[in-house]
Design a protein around this ligand. Structure first.
Ligand code: TXA
Ligand code: MG
Length: 331
């Protein structure tokens, strides 16, 4: 299969290209597209066969539900049985943006999207290209992150091309994702609001509107968010999170080592080992997945990564993704 790559400038959207991609969605094909969090691998959320082909292309376990991306709240209404008052509050403040809300699903949402659960996750992205695509398609777009299952999520189109060239019909390329970590997932289908996955909309920000919100879903039994039980964001290299004395600890590793640290510490390391995380956690989050993929492409065996500063709204999400990549290995 030939994969068409369409370059689209988010500040000057080419509607012909968007219409071309939207037609592919309407025909049941797969289109990867940019969002403000990470790139998504999209299909018509109403087309069960098309949605199944997402699982196949990614190698994704079929019990892991997908997020439906909408272009406005009336589109969201079709996929849920009702919009709770708690959801209305969050939508008013955080949509469009990096927040996925889980609600009880309606009959319309196809079975494969929700992987057999009675709930569905909905997100209204802020990225103008994502918005234009959904609007032109006139249907919700089911989309997981556009990476092969188990690989870091894609923050630039090249990552998507690396994973899916020749395997999907179309990739819309539009620069680097702003946040670089996936959306916050909050479950509002039960009494108490529970954040199942941290993202750029932080627990503190949500608590301003819903004071009883908490992190949840990590208990025993069936995980509330099936995606969280799988190994995630794993590069080929072994990742260690280092809390202190990184320069010294690096000396005890031999072979191809990469050091991820803030720009301010650049002088501590040999140039060829240094991967800059930028100035703060929001830079670090935006670069993390890109740096993990870069390390793999250079054949690095060990990545020593600075523990986050915790200076940003995205810090919890950054920490969550980094610790998962490290499989909990902290030095
Ligand atoms: O930022 C994002 O959310 C990106 C972009 C493309 O929008 N998408 C994304 O999708 O990260 P994915 O499929 O890689 O992650 C979705 C997460 C998974 O952990 C999944 O289990 C959870 O959301 N999820 C989706 N629907 C759910 C539901 N009904 N109940 C519980 N968890 C759900
Ligand atoms: Mg994913």
């Amino acid at each position: 299969m030939k994969t068409t790559v369409l370059e689209v400038d988010e500040l000057n959207i080419d509607s012909e290209k968007i219409n071309m991609a939207a037609s592919l969605i309407n025909e049941g094909r797969l289109v990867a597209f940019p969002t403000e969090t990470v790139y998504g691998l999209g299909a018509d959320a109403d087309n069960d066969e098309a949605v199944k082909s997402i699982f196949k292309a990614k190698g994704r376990p079929s019990d892991n539900p997908l997020i439906v991306h909408v272009s406005d709240i009336s589109m969201c209404e079709k996929y849920v049985s009702e919009i709770p008052a708690t959801a209305e509050k969050l939508m008013g403040r955080f949509w469009g943006g990096p927040l996925t809300i889980i609600m009880k699903k309606s009959e319309r949402a196809c079975m494969s999207v929700s992987a057999g659960l009675n709930t569905v996750g909905i997100r209204l992205p802020s990225h103008p290209v994502a918005h234009a695509l959904i609007k032109a398609a006139g249907t919700g777009i089911a989309a997981p992150s556009a990476n092969i299952s188990g690989k870091p999520s894609p923050t630039v189109a090249e990552h998507v091309i690396n994973d899916f060239n020749g395997k999907i019909d179309c990739i819309i390329a539009s620069g680097a994702a702003k946040y670089g970590v996936e959306s916050t997932v909050i479950d509002l289908s039960e009494d108490r609001p529970k954040i199942l996955r941290p993202g750029a909309v932080s627990l503190e920000m949500i608590r301003e509107l819903l004071p009883d919100a908490e992190y949840g879903g990590g208990g025993k039994g069936i995980p509330k968010s099936p995606g969280m039980k799988y190994k995630h964001y794993a590069p080929e290299a072994k990742v260690f999170v280092v809390k202190e004395d990184l320069a010294n600890k690096a000396k005890s590793f031999s072979g191809a080592v990469a050091i991820m640290d803030y720009e301010e510490n650049r002088a501590l390391y040999p140039d060829e080992l240094f991967f800059s995380c930028g100035a703060d956690d929001s830079d670090y989050a935006a670069r993390l997945f890109c740096l993990l993929r870069l390390a793999d492409s250079r054949g690095v065996n060990v990545i020593l990564a600075r523990d986050p500063k915790l200076d940003s709204e995205v810090s919890d999400a950054l920490k969550n993704r980094l610790y998962k990549a490290a499989g909990g290995e902290v030095l």
